[in-house]
Write a protein that binds this ligand. Structure first.
Ligand SMILES: [Zn+2]
Length: 298
């Protein structure tokens, strides 16, 4: 059902999940993005977007859709959330690895049995073995990501992730469940198309998903970030577009950092406030020396 990938170096055809050309061993790019570049995924997504545009034209509201798309183009970033300990490691030169690779490398403990089963199942259902090589992020307009995954929001430089990032309309755990309810049988068929795409298609997925809300908002720019990403009381109440970044991220990919908890709160929550104060000083020195912009929210 999927088209073959044509090798840019030698023009031979390859299966869409290949990263290296079977003939010349040249690079074929990133498998998560290559999968979603197939017409099976692209054509329905584009049709839905054209429907959204036509609907906006019919309502005489095309400017609202274009305004939101312009904001996404100008300020939409991939944001990864984490805690202070992990950020400190990354700023010391460690890579932030996909879950399975981090567990294998002894860099993080396994999560609970059920959670790991679900994670492994969902990743394999969408991407087969390449699902193990995904780092998760959210699409944000104000640099603030999913607080339920850590109070520190790391914005990534778009030019370091765009070619290796795929986009889902929501958390893949819940999308998986919704697709199952609609009759999808992973492994026997491709997942439904229309809500998954490449980084280049992120605006289409945003507009299709949030059309009514964007029209209702009537162009109030200050509301754009919270229309795109809603932090819930718990992870299951978050509402966002999920980004899948192939391979890993490290300090060279960081554009800027937003600390959503202020220093006073961090110190008041610390077991050892003096130690934490030193840690924060070291962190700020490190950030200054690397030239990464950061801000503390009050
Ligand atoms: Zn080739």
């Amino acid at each position: 059902m999927l088209e073959k990938i044509v090798c840019p170096a030698c023009n031979s055809e390859n299966e869409r999940n290949r990263t290296i050309c079977a003939t010349c061993t040249g690079s074929l790019g990133f498998p998560n993005v290559n999968l979603l570049k197939d017409p099976y995924f692209q054509v329905p997504l584009d049709s839905l977007f054209q429907e959204s545009l036509n609907k906006a034209i019919g309502l005489n509201k095309k400017d609202l859709i274009e305004g939101f798309c312009s904001a996404l183009d100008a300020a939409g970033k991939a944001v990864v959330n984490m805690d202070l300990a992990l950020l400190t490691k990354i700023l010391s030169g460690e890579d932030y690895l996909p879950y399975h690779l981090a567990v294998e490398a002894g860099k993080r403990p396994k999560t609970t049995v059920l959670n790991e089963m679900k994670r492994s199942t969902v990743e394999a259902a969408f991407y087969a073995s390449d699902g193990m090589k995904i780092v998760y992020a959210s699409l944000s307009l104000d640099g603030i990501g999913l607080i339920n995954y850590g109070s520190i929001s790391i914005s990534l430089k778009t030019n370091t992730i765009a070619t290796r990032t795929s986009v889902f309309s929501e958390n893949s755990y819940f999308l998986y469940d919704r697709f199952l309810d609609a009759g999808w049988r992973p492994g026997n068929s491709l997942c439904p198309s229309g809500e998954l795409g490449t980084w280049e298609e992120r605006n289409k997925i945003v507009i299709n998903k949030l059309f009514d809300e964007i029209i209702r908002n009537n162009g109030e720019v200050s509301n754009f970030p919270s229309i795109l990403l809603k932090n819930g009381d718990g992870r299951s109440e978050d509402d966002f577009l999920e980004l899948h970044i192939y391979n890993l991220i490290n300090q060279h990919h960081i554009e800027d950092i937003t600390f959503t908890k202020n220093k006073r709160t961090i110190l008041s929550e610390a077991d050892d406030a003096d130690y934490m104060e030193t840690q924060l000083l070291v962190l700020e020195e490190k950030l200054s020396s690397t030239g990464i912009d950061y801000k503390w929210l009050n």
